[in-house]
Write a protein that binds this ligand. Structure first.
Ligand code: ATP
Ligand code: MG
Length: 347
């Protein structure tokens, strides 16, 4: 199979996401990483290939390619024309309550779906929510795990729930805490812990204080109550995704939300109107994801490691990244020789 790699759409801590086209001219997104470091992306492929929801980014197959003498593992997904929610938030300098309710409802619908399938996402944040004309979908399953699976703590320190920061457990309630943090991110355009610069201090505060992220100024009573239900420090008392979908903050806008026709989000937000637009994809260092095996370290070491690992390289588009490169698949990852279509595998 032949496909053509286009410009970089975004970079995270683990992988590069580029635009791509098939020989038939279909546009899609490809998330790529050197095969030697592909375990997280292969895990993501595993989860995405068994999920099918309008609120989860759609999986379209995977392959390996050889580029500049490197073996690259590629995972194909639907191209999300609005980029990530953080891009929209940054461009608008925060969203209004109707928009926040709309995206939050879609995120919760996605979470309800993945939780009902026994999967914990573990890294909900604006940068991992992807936007297109119909709204928000959950992306980046690189930290996901089965709820009953013993797995190393993974995620983004700033969005970690207290029980996660203490290394105790990372279950469905941890995703809900991260939704509360993401609502604050949507409202303020800022981190949920804006006045604490030191990541170690943030993790100690999350883990051991009685504090929760501050509710943004100007929030309505219902929005404040909604966030407070997400940010209950005790995970057993925290509301579930299903309960939150019935919260008045989400329900009050039902009519308005249902009436919203597909917006031209990209045009409105200033997100890239063409896959060739490059400048908007800068990353924020404080929002990168990390994975840590809590069993091997003392809590103090873990918190330091989480904080250090959250340092992100200063991603810049390198010369030549705007070029479209034709790549030829080596083989499907399960070893079969490739046939012609980009789509395939999984479902
Ligand atoms: P992290 O730092 O969270 O671990 P990552 O390496 O796992 O990130 P992703 O979060 O999956 O990578 O993607 C990085 C960025 O690429 C996103 O924030 C978004 O801007 C862009 N992106 C990802 N998937 C798509 C897509 N399907 N369509 C358009 N843009 C995308
Ligand atoms: Mg990500």
């Amino acid at each position: 199979m032949e496909w053509t790699r286009g410009p970089v759409l975004g970079r995270g801590s683990t992988a590069t996401v580029s635009a791509a086209t098939s020989a038939h001219g279909d546009l899609f997104a490809v998330k790529s990483v050197n095969f030697q470091h592909a375990s997280s992306l292969q895990k993501e492929q595993h989860f995405l290939s068994i999920l099918n929801s309008p609120y989860v980014v759609s999986y379209k197959g995977c392959d390996t390619t050889t580029e500049n003498n490197n073996i690259i593992y590629n995972m194909f997904m639907d191209y999300m024309s609005g980029g990530s929610l953080i891009d929209l938030i940054k461009t608008r300098n925060g969203l209004n309550e109707l928009e926040i309710a709309r995206y939050t409802r879609q995120i919760l619908q996605g979470l309800e779906y993945i939780h009902s399938n026994g999967i914990v996402h573990c890294d909900i944040k604006g940068r991992n929510i992807l936007i297109n004309e119909s709204g928000a979908k959950i992306g980046d399953f690189g930290c996901a795990k089965w709820a009953d699976q013993a797995a190393p703590i993974c995620g983004t320190p700033m969005f970690m729930a207290p029980e996660v920061a203490r290394g105790e457990e990372q279950g469905f309630p941890a995703d809900v805490w991260a939704v509360g943090c993401t609502v604050i991110e949507m409202a303020t355009g800022d981190s949920p812990w804006p006045n604490v610069d030191d990541p170690v201090a943030i993790l100690y505060r999350i883990a051991f204080s009685s504090k929760v992220p501050g509710i943004p100024d100007g929030f309505s009573d219902q929005a404040m109550d909604f966030v407070s239900k997400c940010l209950i420090r005790d995970p057993r008392r925290r509301w579930t995704a299903i309960e939150l979908l019935e919260h008045p903050f989400i329900r009050q806008f039902d009519d308005a939300l249902n009436q919203i026709v597909c917006e031209k989000i990209r045009t409105e937000s200033g997100s890239p109107t063409s896959v060739l637009d490059q400048d908007v994809w800068d990353s924020m260092k404080e929002t990168s994801s990390v994975g840590i095996d809590f069993d091997q370290y003392s809590l103090r070491q873990i918190i330091k490691q989480l904080a250090c690992k959250s340092e992100m390289p200063n991603w810049k588009c390198e010369k030549g990244e705007t070029d479209w490169i034709t790549v030829r698949t080596n083989r499907d990852v399960d070893g079969r020789a490739n046939s012609g279509a980009v789509t395939g595998g999984g479902r």
